[in-house]
Write a protein that binds this ligand. Structure first.
Ligand code: ADP
Ligand code: MG
Length: 809
């Protein structure tokens, strides 16, 4: 490379300039160019070259018979890799690949004709590959000092970029046209200042309008759907102020009344101040897309519904008021086992339990009448012959003919309820046994006292008889009788108390119940504690299980006793209580209304706040192991809640405790008051010839029964054990009734009866049992013609039963 600023002394003036090509020219000589060294160039050539070197416009001159090539810096760029060795080389050698095109032009110039060509395509190789180029240039003849044509001068410009760009633009325009045509895209523009616009043909087709020249706002408005007009103009205004592109979807109304959906998109062109000048964009008819979208949405919703229908754990059905179902979900088969055909072919009532069908159909009819959804529960048949409890929610359909039913299987809920119930039952029993256990010690003591009274009196009577005296026998007999009765009452209560039984609510006179327990309670608390019973006059009846209430009072008494180891006062009060809303609002789950209240108060050790809070919890006890189970108060609470009442504890440490038991007032009929001790009357008397067999190992009881029978005029036959009794039964003797103990030596009562009934199938049997637990069990085995009486019994009760059995067929 030649240093452009260093010139040798013989450098001619016209080449003393900067630039790469000038330097190249300076290095030319006869050895490397037909032109030879510049010092020898003619003046005309020097003039042309100095002109070229001064120009930024690409130029060259081809001089002399060889057309040697001289060019300027601007032209060097066009030469590509042909520069720098093109300097001084032959024109034809340099542009061999395009000589066919430019050779003739050069010859024409040499012949004196100037040519001008625009965007001439030339396939050049100047960067190591073939390249499509375009040139605009002029070839003019160049004359030497004597005026003869000595070369060709060219001023040129490469237009490749422009031509290619225009071509690309044309192509893309064509493509766009093709695309807009085939995509049915219309175009529009809008001049903001003139407030006028134009539509393309396609746009007018989309809008369904004729070509009406310029578009005015009025014309545009006419095409818009009335409901979307305001929005469309608002969106345009927003785009104008925000600078965002205009993107909008709206409905148009064609002149023929057809509604179509249009998507429009446009850009806004602004002036230097950012004021909108014009906007242009495209419109596209998207009605089909909208329809497709809607269909998709709809089918999505349908799919969702179908998914719900088939996956729902609940049984879903569509049914009509004529009793048929028209659709059932798969859950039906899963839960009940019936297949769809079975479910749809029979009326829905056919699947209901006969007891449940009338209320269910009534509920459906009510729903039909009111139009309001409702809920109910019933039992539905399963295919394998069982029943399932189902909770239904039904809602009418708007058509007035059908309704929708949603059924939830409650089987496991019910099973859990039953388990809970069983657990509660077990708890109650455990608690009862605890109380019995606590009682036994005291009772045994009392029992002995009572027996002493009985035995003592009998002893005294015996002595009197031995002595032949009779004056005091009457008195001793009365004393013995009283003691024995009290003992009987005591055991009766104990047995009744320990009996396993479900809640059996009855109308209860709490005053009478509490008073009836006095004896038992007194024995429970011992002598150090005094008992006060204060019963309110005019106490309302309550509805609860009387045995449970007794059990509750007994437990409260035991708690009170435990709280007063040094003795004190136990007070049991009854009163009516009116719980008003204000009071009730502070209690959970208590209904306002009228209650009876039983308060059990002691003057014992009391309870801390913490103990009060926990006392109702099952198994909470502060008592040493073996003395407390922590079940007493929890069972009392459970009993109160089950009876729709409630229980509260009030206590002060070292002062005492009051437990209040509220039970709801009962307004209904009184249940049969306890049977009076009746007298024996003529109604109890035997008819002529009637005979009764008595099998009883306890002589005292046997004698008593025989005495009663004889007094009533029956023929009484007795046996002391099973085999003896059976022998009589197998004889031909007349027997209208068998009265037998259940627990007998040899054969028990039941076995005797079973054997005897082989010969006397209609034999009537009255079992006697002293054990309530037995009674409950045996009750299950009682066949027709068999009854049971629990010992001890009143004579009158026995007489009535005998009469009723013999007279009953
Ligand atoms: P238990 O008597 O087996 O402990 P309860 O449920 O009957 O179970 O009573 C729970 C606890 O409540 C008792 O352990 C005791 O701490 C307390 N409690 C119950 N009644 C009284 C009372 N009258 N005086 C003091 N504390 C009592
Ligand atoms: Mg207790």
């Amino acid at each position: 490379m030649v240093e452009p600023t260093s010139f040798s002394e013989n450098t001619p003036a016209f080449l003393r300039v900067k630039g790469e090509t000038a330097a190249l020219m300076r290095s030319l000589n006869a050895a490397n160019s037909p032109l030879g060294a510049p010092q020898h160039w003619p003046n005309s050539l020097r003039t042309i070259v100095s002109l070229m070197l001064a120009s930024k416009f690409p130029m060259f001159v081809a001089w002399g018979p060889e057309l040697a090539f001289i060019y300027n810096d601007a032209y060097a760029v066009i030469l590509g890799n042909k520069h720098p060795h093109a300097m001084g080389a032959r024109f034809e050698d340099i542009w061999r690949e395009i000589w066919a095109e430019i050779g003739p032009l050069a010859r024409r110039a040499l012949a004196g004709e100037a040519t001008w060509l625009e965007d001439l395509p030339l396939l050049m190789d100047r960067h190591g590959f073939e390249e499509q180029t375009y040139f605009t240039f002029s070839y003019s003849p160049a004359r030497d000092d004597d005026g003869a044509i000595a070369g060709v001068f060219c001023a040129c410009t490469e237009t490749t970029e422009k031509v290619v760009g225009v071509q690309a633009l044309r192509e893309s325009e064509a493509k766009l046209r093709l695309a807009t045509e085939s995509a049915k895209i219309g175009t529009w523009d809008w001049d903001m200042r003139r407030v006028r616009g134009s539509w393309s043909k396609r746009t007018m087709e989309i809008l369904g309008v004729e070509d009406g020249g310029e578009v005015t706002p009025e014309r545009r408005n006419e095409t818009l759907h009335p409901e979307d007009r305001v929005r469309v103009w608002q969106e345009l205004a927003e785009a104008m102020s925000s600078g965002d592109d205009l993107i909008s979807e709206y409905r148009i109304l064609r002149p023929n009344g057809e509604v179509r959906w249009i998507a429009s998109r446009g850009a806004i062109e602004r002036d230097v101040d950012g004021l909108p000048l014009r906007s242009a964009g495209v419109v596209l008819d998207i009605t089909d897309n909208k329809i497709a979208e809607a269909v998709l949405r709809e089918s999505g919703a349908v799919a969702e519904r179908e998914r719900l229908w088939s996956l729902s754990q609940d049984m879903l059905a569509r049914a009509d008021y004529n009793g048929m179902m028209s659709a059932v979900s798969p859950a039906w088969t899963r839960i009940l086992g019936w297949n769809e055909a079975e479910l749809l072919s029979r009326g829905y009532a056919a699947f209901m339990h006969t007891e449940d069908a009338p209320p269910t159909l009534a509920a459906i009819a009510h729903m039909a009448a009111t139009g309001k959804p409702t809920r109910f529960e019933n039992r539905i048949a399963t295919k394998d012959g069982g029943w399932k409890p189902i909770e239904w929610t039904v809602a009418p359909e708007p058509d007035g003919l059908n309704f929708i039913a949603v059924g939830r299987d409650l089987s496991h809920v019910k099973a859990r309820e039953a388990e809970l119930h069983a657990a509660q039952e077990a708890l109650r029993q455990a608690q009862k046994m605890e109380a019995v256990g606590q009682l036994t010690g005291g009772i045994a003591h009392d029992f002995n006292n009572l027996l002493t009274g009985v035995i003592g009196s009998l002893d005294m009577m015996q002595r009197q008889i031995t002595k032949g005296e009779t004056s005091k026998i009457e008195r001793y007999a009365t004393t013995a009788m009283t003691s024995a009765n009290r003992a009987a009452a005591l055991t009766h209560r104990l047995l009744a108390f320990s009996r396993r039984q479900p809640l059996d609510p009855k109308s209860v006179d709490a005053n009478r119940l509490v008073s009836g327990m006095e004896e038992l309670l007194r024995r429970t608390i011992g002598e150090a504690i005094s008992l006060k019973i204060v019963t309110a006059g005019g106490l309302w009846q309550t509805l609860c299980d009387p045995h449970q209430l007794e059990s509750a009072i007994l437990n409260l008494t035991i708690n009170a006793r435990d709280a007063m180891p040094e003795g004190g006062v136990l007070t049991i009060e009854t009163c009516n209580a009116q719980l008003d809303d204000a009071y009730v609002a502070r209690q959970r789950d208590v209904k306002p209304g009228q209650y009876i209240c039983i308060c059990v108060s002691d003057t014992g050790i009391g309870m801390t706040a913490d103990t009060i809070e926990k006392a109702f919890e099952p198994f909470f006890t502060t008592k040493p192991i073996g003395q407390g189970t922590g079940l007493g108060l929890s069972m009392i609470y459970g009993f109160a809640r089950q009876s729709e009442g409630y229980a509260r504890i009030y206590s002060e440490v070292a002062q005492g405790t009051t437990v209040k038991l509220y039970l709801p007032r009962y307004y209904g009929e009184l249940d049969g008051a306890e049977e009076d001790h009746g007298e024996l009357t003529d109604d109890h008397r035997a008819a002529a010839g009637e005979a009764v067999l008595v099998i009883e190992d306890e002589a005292a009881v046997r004698d008593l029964v025989v005495d009663v029978l004889e007094e009533l005029g029956y023929r009484a036959i007795e046996a002391a054990d099973g085999p003896a009794g059976l022998a009589i039964l197998q004889s031909k003797v007349r027997l209208d009734l068998l009265i037998t103990d259940i627990g007998l030596p040899g054969l028990n009562g039941r076995q005797v009866v079973d054997a005897a009934r082989q010969q006397r199938p209609d034999l009537k049997v009255l079992f006697m049992t002293g054990y309530a637990e037995n009674a409950a069990v045996a009750n299950g085995f009682l066949e027709p013609g068999m009854e049971m009486i629990t010992k001890p019994f009143a004579v009158e009760a026995l007489a009535t039963r005998i009469r009723d059995m013999i007279e009953g067929s």
